[in-house]
Design a protein around this ligand. Structure first.
Ligand code: HGY
Ligand code: MN
Ligand code: MN
Length: 398
């Protein structure tokens, strides 16, 4: 099988044009946006031209299926609100190119997927969570984005495109190629990472309710200020998580809505996201205890109400031994001594697909270790090395 680097890079750049931010190679292509749906329609046409049987499932995940039992390759084509051109897109276009190259070579059959809402406009890897069974469609439909739009309303935008769920039994395994999105490979100078396991995640919305009031007349001692509560909570959890975590554990308050968000008003309410990730489910649980206890303590001390929303979560997942060994052998053949086995700190659709079939993942370096930012990039030579490595692995694994 001979993947075509020019055709691969040309398609990757065309996909980038859907929702191009105008800043570097950035994209703004959140799930179900006009840019996302236009990109999916273009991808569907490319899959059809590659001889694949194309369909959208009920949530808008796009499948191009080869005849007979096949390996499934792919990732996602939606982006963060400010995203890069490669996060997800790389895995989808590499899959498309390998499916084409494989067909031209007379086999093995390779199928392609672009999952919907991996970036969690509504949840955490929503499209593959539904396909994999971690989330029911009814539960997904009730999820809200940050503007209060439901998942049901958003997926209705895909209209008549959507059909039935694709039967996972026809796939022998799933391999997702992705940029690393962190500093490890770019720092070591290695060209590939074969993933050992993907971390687990917990994600919850917390609300402190205080008393909105006049910022000039309300004495400091009488305030019930929601921002002060968030500030105290953040300082305390950073302190209290220290005995529980390892250097690999991460936590983030990334989204904050302060009400009414005005300079002369003591804020009456704050709702914020609290997310934490680790490779050990028990540590995730112990972190949750610290987070819940600290939120309750701050609310009680400062006289605020506390609402602890529903928690979304995915468990850590180990990669399949056979598929991983296939990637490792291909890595050693393509870039001898210049690759490593490593965990993934980012979430990926592979986590959910692991409930259905064996999964594995391949990383290529990220320049500056930057992702979820318009500045995300990878040297195109490294992209092609990853493509070639993946094609070698796929040919050997069938
Ligand atoms: O947040 C993540 O890890 C992924 O990019 N969805
Ligand atoms: Mn991704
Ligand atoms: Mn991402």
């Amino acid at each position: 099988m001979q993947p075509n680097p020019e055709r691969f890079l040309a398609d990757l750049h065309t996909l980038r044009s859907f929702g191009a931010s105008g800043v570097g190679r950035g994209v703004v292509r959140p799930a179900y946006s006009d840019a996302d749906m236009a990109a999916r329609d273009w991808l569907a046409a490319r899959m059809q031209a590659a001889g694949l049987d194309v369909s959208f499932d009920p949530v808008g995940s796009l499948f191009g299926v080869a005849r007979g039992p096949s390996l499934l390759l792919g990732s996602h084509s939606d982006s963060q609100p400010e995203g890069g051109w490669l996060d997800g897109a790389l895995g989808v276009i590499a899959a498309l190119e390998i499916a084409r190259a494989s067909r031209e070579a007379g086999g093995p059959p390779v199928s392609v997927v672009s999952f919907q809402d991996e970036e969690g406009r509504f949840g955490v890897t929503t499209g593959s969570s539904v396909w994999g069974g971690a989330l029911t469609l009814d539960a997904a439909d009730a999820l809200l984005d940050r503007d209060g739009v439901t998942f049901a309303e958003a997926r209705a935008r895909m209209g008549a495109r959507c059909g039935a769920f694709v039967d996972p039994a026809q796939f022998t395994g799933f391999i997702e190629m992705h940029i690393e999105q962190g500093p490890t490979l770019i720092t070591s100078g290695e060209k590939a990472g074969v993933v050992s396991a993907i971390v687990g995640i917990r994600d919850v919305k917390i609300t402190f309710g205080g008393q909105q009031n006049h910022a000039g007349t309300t004495p400091m001692g009488l305030r019930r200020d929601a921002f002060q509560a968030l500030s105290a909570f953040n300082a305390r959890i950073n302190d209290r998580l220290r005995p529980v975590v390892t250097p690999a554990t991460v936590w983030t308050i990334g989204q904050v809505a302060l009400h009414p968000n005005a300079a002369s008003i003591v804020p009456g309410r704050v709702t914020f996201s609290m997310q934490w990730r680790d490779g050990d489910s028990d540590r995730l649980r112990r972190m949750e205890e610290v987070i819940r206890d600290t939120a309750a303590e701050v609310a009680a001390e400062m006289g605020l109400s506390l609402d602890y929303g529903p928690m979304l979560g995915l468990e850590p997942v180990a990669m399949d031994g056979r598929l991983r060994a296939g990637l490792e052998a291909a890595a050693e053949a393509e870039v001898p001594g210049n690759w490593r086995v490593m965990p993934s700190g980012a979430l990926h659709d592979a986590t959910n697909v692991a409930r259905l079939m064996p999964v594995a993942m391949l990383f290529v370096p990220s320049i500056g270790g930057i992702s979820h930012d318009f500045a995300e990039d990878t040297d195109e030579t490294d992209l092609v090395t990853g493509l070639t490595l993946l094609a070698r692995a796929v040919a050997a694994l069938q």
